[in-house]
Design a protein around this ligand. Structure first.
Ligand SMILES: Cc1cc2nc3c(=O)[nH]c(=O)nc-3n(C[C@H](O)[C@H](O)[C@H](O)COP(=O)(O)OP(=O)(O)OC[C@H]3O[C@@H](n4cnc5c(N)ncnc54)[C@H](O)[C@@H]3O)c2cc1C
Length: 458
């Protein structure tokens, strides 16, 4: 029997909002609205309980910026909460409406506006896989993408993501130069369109769509190499970590991914089982073809079990879909009781800290690392698997990481503040919100310290 779903509180201004947006396409079918009001928050047993049944009342689907302005104007005039949504692949309920209202689905705004060598201007709803496919004939590709590249949008990545494939060379979205510009629409009775360039674009980065509706982005590109997916097997996880680090630090080897994964995690990789020998830890890498020979020379005791060009065609699974938070997904397929954390290891004590944490937690927290640059230093992000017991034990694990100098961005909370290192919203983003969303109608509840002016009819 289907679980009962909580009915959203009805927003009194919704009929007037809908009348005012005119011919902007909408979806009212409650089943579709409920389905699209979800993301991947169910990875967390805690969020799964807290966010179950939260849904919008209607979906609006802007076709172009003029529609976005109409939606923003009508929302501000009639007090309707708006929750932006791209591909809905976020992990912390970022795109789940807490207060009903309208879900703004950006996926119809998916055009590339222009591209030049090294830079692209694109509408926010374009999927990253489609962007790279379109750029291929020009010899360019996105510098960074999450492992959900094939289903996630560029707007959702900038507003809800952080780093991913490519971060081993270029760092994360926070690093200067990794977002060229963002164009946003404000939620005011007379909406403004604002171009945020260079550092100013950080006002919308990982703000969960609380600081403006992003309509366009300018993103830096990198050369599109012929990438080779490689799996290397090791007797010991720390040997995979040491080798991964040597590859990540080899500046002459062009790479996009260096991911050591501890046994028994690879046992969950059903489709590539043949390349994951029993009881071996593995290193997954993406290496530009001309550098494969130099890469092989760094492998030490590692044994190559798979080497083939990255294949993103329909029906194929590129190796990056076993890394970052896809690793958790593969584990969840066989064991719904596991969950995960999001860690950043200290760059100056990286190997020693990994060794300590692996020894401390043993099989309760199987590790996999993502070598990444962070503010100019090579370090490792990690999304360790946690064999979940209780919220109390999860908090103990977080506290143990933190006591060892590992930063944890808690993925079991849905507000910006609770997931932040400093337990408060970024000051720039908070200040900017007062300018662009005075009534707090954008994704309400996600920036919990922002109250906003009480909305009143004009
Ligand atoms: C299996 C798996 C693997 C993942 N791997 C990674 C990874 O490697 N790196 C990483 O960073 N993340 C990762 N994620 C999280 C997520 O997939 C990415 O951050 C992704 O880029 C989100 O894009 P989306 O289009 O799905 O965004 P959505 O989930 O739709 O939205 C994300 C946030 O952005 C806001 N938003 C969306 N569009 C707009 C807009 N136009 N204007 C304003 N706000 C907007 C939403 O309100 C929401 O708060 C992973 C998730 C899963 C489930």
């Amino acid at each position: 029997m289907a679980a009962a779903v909580e009915k959203s509180a009805e927003t009194p201004g919704l009929p007037a909002f809908l009348a005012e947006i005119g011919d902007v396409p909408t979806i009212a079918d409650p089943q579709v609205v409920r389905r699209r009001s979800r993301d991947f928050f169910w990875y967390s047993p805690i969020l799964n309980a807290q966010l179950h049944g939260k849904a919008a009342e209607i979906i609006v689907m802007p076709r172009h910026e003029t529609d976005v302005i109409a939606i923003a104007r009508a929302a501000a005039r009639h007090g309707v909460p708006l929750t932006p949504r791209g591909g809905g692949t976020g992990n912390y309920g970022q795109a789940v409406p807490l207060k009903g209202g309208a879900l703004v689905d950006f996926t119809a705004m998916n055009h590339i506006l222009w591209n030049r060598p090294g830079v692209l201007r694109v509408q926010a709803g374009a999927k990253m896989g489609a962007i790279d496919e379109a750029l291929q004939p020009f010899g360019w590709e996105l510098r960074l993408h999450p492992s959900t590249k094939r289903t996630a949008t560029i707007g959702g990545f900038v507003a809800g993501g952080s780093s991913g494939i490519g971060s081993v060379a270029y760092g994360g979205l926070r690093d200067p130069g990794n977002i060229g510009a963002a164009r946003i629409v404000t939620i005011e009775r007379e909406p403004r369109v604002i171009e945020l360039r260079a550092d100013a674009a950080q006002k919308v980065n990982r703000a969960f769509g609380t600081t403006g509706l992003i309509t366009e982005l300018e993103m830096p590109l990198s050369p599109a190499w012929r990438w080779i997916d490689v799996i290397v097997a090791f007797d010991d996880f720390m040997a995979a970590v040491e080798t991964g680090r040597a590859i990540a630090m080899a500046d002459g080897i062009v790479k996009k991914l260096a991911t050591p994964i501890a046994w028994p995690i690879p046992a969950a990789f059903a489709d590539i089982k043949a390349h994951c020998p029993d009881r071996k830890s593995i290193l997954i890498a993406m290496i530009a073809e001309p550098f494969i020979e130099a890469f092989r020379a760094l492998l030490g005791q590692g044994v190559v079990t798979h080497e083939a060009p990255t294949d993103e065609s329909a029906g194929k699974v590129p190796l990056y879909e076993y890394c970052w938070n896809h690793t958790t997904l593969h584990m969840l397929k066989g064991d719904r009781s596991i969950t995960y954390l999001q860690c950043l290891f200290p760059h100056d004590r990286l190997i020693a800290t990994v060794e300590t944490m692996v020894a401390t937690f043993g099989d309760e927290v199987p590790h996999h690392l993502e070598f990444s640059r962070y503010a100019g230093h090579l370090t490792a992000s990690a999304l360790p698997i946690v064999r979940y017991k209780s919220p109390e034990r999860l908090n103990e694990i977080i506290a143990t990481y933190e006591a060892n100098g590992v930063f944890v961005a808690n993925p079991h909370v849905y507000t910006l503040e609770d997931g932040s290192r400093y337990r408060r919203a970024d000051a720039d983003q908070f200040g900017f919100k007062t300018e662009v969303d005075p009534y707090g109608l954008l994704n309400p509840g996600k920036m919990k310290s922002y109250i906003g002016k009480p909305w009143k009819p004009a």
